[in-house]
Design a binder for this molecule. Structure first.
Ligand SMILES: Nc1ncnc2c1ncn2[C@@H]1O[C@H](COP(=O)(O)OP(=O)(O)OP(=O)(O)O)[C@@H](O)[C@H]1O
Length: 205
């Protein structure tokens, strides 16, 4: 699985260029951070990677990509549904049987430090717990591409720390993971950084 961007530039109609001549490739198993100041186009670049936004110029090629999950900066769940339900539902949708889905959901919740909260309704979770649950749910979908937008933006330092710790553990999954972030600790959890500063891509590995 791979996404290749070649000479991609983008501006929204009537607005200045957000970024120009962006060229990079991301393969499965990689976890890449997109960094840059507010308004530099991080979320827009995620949308372009997902194919939801067509770039003004350039080419985006996706090979072997079957599914894309997006984790938003504000966790969205079903208030009365338990944490376990949030993770087991996508597993059931993938065709697992009830008990297999429950076992796998518990395994994923444990990785994200949420096993003890598995029966708690979504509405009772803290911001950090809810964000970790969104990541758990996204992992349960086993997407080809996992796009994570500012996962720690709404969190206090302690919650951000736990989210960053679980993000580090995502580097082992067989998906392309791209995280847009302002957070230096989140950036450190990634294997590669794409920096939108100064309207150019500065790729460091
Ligand atoms: N659909 C749209 N139409 C017009 N302008 C847009 C659209 N989406 C985003 N923008 C503008 O493009 C710029 C980049 O937005 P984007 O959300 O990609 O930045 P960002 O780096 O993710 O910002 P932040 O860190 O604040 O989330 C902003 O000025 C935003 O207002």
């Amino acid at each position: 699985m791979q996404i290749n961007l070649t000479d991609v530039s983008h501006s929204f109609s009537g607005q200045p260029q957000l970024f120009t001549h962006v060229t990079f490739s991301i393969c499965s198993g990689e976890m890449v951070a997109i960094v840059g100041p507010s308004g530099s186009g991080k979320s827009t670049l995620l949308s372009i990677l997902a194919g939801w936004q067509k770039p003004s110029e350039g080419e985006v090629l996706r090979s072997g990509i079957e599914s894309i999950s997006w984790v938003f900066q504000n966790p969205h769940g079903v208030a009365q549904r338990s944490a376990l339900d949030h993770v087991s539902l996508p597993l059931l949708a993938r065709g697992l049987g009830r008990s297999e889905a429950d076992t796998e959901a518990r395994r994923i919740l444990e990785i994200f430090g949420l096993l003890e909260l598995s029966h708690r309704p979504f509405s009772s979770l803290s911001g950090g717990e809810a964000q970790r649950l969104m990541l758990s749910r996204a992992v349960a979908k086993k997407p080809s591409v996992l796009l994570v937008d500012e996962p720690t933006a709404q969190l206090d330092m302690a919650s951000a720390k736990t989210v960053n710790a679980v993000l580090s553990s995502l580097s082992g999954i067989d998906s392309i993971v791209v995280v847009a972030t302002h957070d230096f600790h989140t950036r450190d959890a990634c294997s590669r950084v794409i920096d939108l500063n100064d309207f150019i891509i500065d790729e460091s590995s």
